[in-house]
Ligand binder design. Structure first.
Ligand SMILES: NC(=O)c1ccc[n+]([C@@H]2O[C@H](COP(=O)([O-])OP(=O)(O)OC[C@H]3O[C@@H](n4cnc5c(N)ncnc54)[C@H](O)[C@@H]3O)[C@@H](O)[C@H]2O)c1
Length: 327
């Protein structure tokens, strides 16, 4: 078990273990490789090794467009169906197994049993909270959620969530590790369903569905409203800072006084739709019309191409991933 006062590995992390190499684990593998780290991957899929090579090749080609990948060596990537072998010599573990609690709990227990007490284990889980992951007998103090956004090799945000039993030093070690690699980590110190960013996307999507269900606007027009309006601003600044600008010279204090009551009235008018069969049919038909025959592969490739352009633009602005205020 981890002892109190443990100094967790962070600055010296040179080898990362990836547990589960699907959509998210594969993207993580490519990202860590692109940063010159050794990556050891475990998956139960008999074709896992071949699938991983394919995902990694595509993701590395994306990453190469953002910055030259000078240090990548083919031998830095190791795949095995044996968990113990994969965990040998690893300094950090990123768990990306299917979203099933008992499966994750059992894996995390094995992982902490098989790794030294100063190795932090981050889970990519979108829906489980650290306390749930920690409830299966693993060494809870070094388990945190390290939640990425899809595609994890491109999107900078990583939500580092500590549960009540996590050692704050383990959360800090994970935070510093991702910061050093050029990600944009945030610390979440009180666990909440959906962490932080997905709570906000859920709030937005709830109203997007409500607007369609109420016949206020079509699926495509709801998407256009975000893409060509607030979505563009959100890539530049967050909602609080944007309302600071919305207050003119008086900033956020003036905004709250002037338009706060209108915001509160709008909040009271927001809907709480259910995903009934009829609402689901409207959403599916609307999205199919918007996709206009483009396959998931085509839509994903377009998303990633435009994300890369956007990230380049933001990085050109003095490193937009960094916090403006020094910590
Ligand atoms: N898909 C997303 O958009 C997204 C975004 C952020 C976080 N996540 C989280 O990432 C995690 C993985 O999601 P995904 O979308 O990559 O799923 P996925 O189904 O694409 O990949 C899961 C992988 O785990 C492997 N696997 C199955 N059983 C296993 C076991 N016992 N041990 C090890 N590996 C096993 C599968 O073979 C597969 O390769 C989930 O916790 C999910 O919540 C997903």
């Amino acid at each position: 078990m981890t002892e109190a006062g443990t100094v967790f590995r962070s600055e010296a992390i040179g080898t990362v273990a990836i547990i589960g190499a699907g959509l998210i684990g594969g993207g993580w593998a490519a990202f860590f490789l692109s940063r010159g780290l050794k990556v050891r991957v475990y998956d139960v899929d008999p074709d896992g090794g071949a699938k991983l090579q394919k995902v990694v090749a595509t993701a590395l080609a994306d990453l190469e467009q953002l910055s030259p990948i000078a240090s990548f060596e083919t031998e830095n990537l190791f795949f095995s169906h044996d968990l113990q072998t994969v965990l040998e010599g690893c300094d950090y573990v990123q768990e990306n197994a299917p979203e099933k609690l008992d499966l994750k709990q059992a894996l995390l227990k094995q992982v902490t049993d098989l790794t030294p007490a100063d190795v932090v284990v981050g889970s990519s889980t979108s829906s489980f909270q650290p306390s749930e992951l920690q409830d299966g007998g693993a060494d809870a103090r070094r388990i945190v959620v390290a939640h990425p956004f899809n595609p994890p090799h491109l999107l900078p945000l990583v939500e580092i969530v500590a549960g009540p039993a996590s050692d704050p030093a383990a959360q800090e070690a994970a935070y510093r590790f991702f910061e050093r690699l050029g990600k944009a980590p945030i610390r979440i110190t009180r666990e909440a369903a959906g962490h932080v960013a997905n709570r906000m996307t859920a709030a937005l999507w709830r109203e997007a569905v409500n607007i369609v269900a109420q016949g206020i606007a079509s699926v495509e027009d709801v998407d256009r409203a975000i893409r060509f309006g607030p979505g563009l601003r959100w890539a530049v600044d967050g909602p609080h800072m944007l309302y600071h600008l919305g207050g003119g010279e008086g900033g956020i204090a003036h905004y709250l006084k002037h338009l706060g009551p209108a915001q509160e009235a709008r909040w009271r008018s927001l809907g709480t739709p259910s995903l009934t069969a009829d609402v689901q049919r409207q959403l599916v038909e609307g999205v199919m019309a918007e996709a206009a025959g483009r396959s998931i592969g085509e839509l994903g490739a377009r998303r990633d191409r435009l994300l890369i352009s956007l990230l380049k633009t933001l990085d050109a602005d003095g490193g937009a991933r960094k916090k403006e205020a020094a910590e």
